[in-house]
Design a protein around this ligand. Structure first.
Ligand code: NDP
Length: 226
């Protein structure tokens, strides 16, 4: 049986990842701040209460699951930053907002990778996935949303480093852009529905080979420029 661990599993893209892997018959460690909302979803779902910026809690969960092999680890939890667009424009630098956005989007995924690298290394698939964003791409940048963009650029660099550092353990590290998707974060005018984003991401993850290690892809497997 294959196993996936997902952060931010109770809402938005994370919830759909949970449902998709459940439908495939996988064992799912579904991490969420409010795991109660996962009750009633069919499948082999193991809910865990997890605030991703509580690093002691991340380490405690890794210890609790120390006997497990995790085939796919999806660092999905993320924040856009309150007041997202206007609050992150040039001229409105807000260090409190920046710290929060970086804690969730950049620091926590690296902590997850450190805590769970061994669980992933002992699995069959060995895939470490960061849900990033095209907004973190330096090559595609068109300005604005400073904190969110910078946090995802930092995340991309972390995954590029992990791809090198974890290659000897056979771990495939991928930064994955879900597209602009209709979630609480993406808003109702986003170009993709959740159904148009998550099932292709699950397929893209399933198709990853060791030679893909260190790539930045979008939901359908198309290569993106860092
Ligand atoms: P949502 O706002 O719908 O969901 C965000 C998820 O992250 C929720 O499950 C939320 O949990 C969780 N989360 C936020 N902060 C924390 C925290 N401190 N600890 C634990 N969980 C936390 O957003 P999406 O589903 O759209 O976003 C998922 C990922 O996709 C994010 O990383 C986002 O940056 C990325 N993304 C999304 C795009 C889009 O268009 N939607 C585009 C590009 C990237 P809770 O329910 O407890 O708040």
């Amino acid at each position: 049986m294959s196993t996936v661990l997902i952060t931010g599993a109770a809402r938005g893209l994370g919830l759909e990842f949970t449902k998709q892997y459940a439908a495939k018959g996988w064992k799912i460690h579904a991490c969420a701040r409010n795991p109660e909302s996962l009750i009633g979803i069919e499948g082999d779902i193991h809910p865990h209460k997890l605030e991703v910026t509580d690093y002691d809690a991340v380490k405690a969960l890794a210890k609790e699951l120390s006997a497990e092999a995790i085939d796919v680890l999806i660092c999905n939890a993320g924040v856009g930053g309150e007041g997202s667009h206007a609050g992150q424009a040039f001229g409105s630098f807000d260090p409190v907002l920046w710290r929060h956005v970086f804690e969730v989007n950049s620091f926590a995924p690296l902590m997850m990778a450190e805590a769970f690298a061994e669980h992933v290394a002992r699995s069959t698939e060995r895939k470490l996935i960061a849900i990033s964003s095209i907004l973190g791409s330096l090559a595609s940048n068109n300005g604005g949303r400073y904190a969110y963009r910078a946090s995802k650029t930092a995340l991309n660099m972390e995954w590029s480093c992990l791809a090198k550092d974890l290659a000897p353990r056979g771990i495939i590290c991928i930064a994955l852009h879900p597209g602009w998707v209709q979630t609480d974060m993406g808003g109702s005018t986003a170009s993709l529905t959740i159904d148009q984003s998550v099932p292709p991401m699950v397929k893209t993850i399933a198709a990853l080979k060791p030679s893909d290690n260190g790539r930045f892809l979008q939901y359908d497997g198309t290569e993106l420029a860092w």
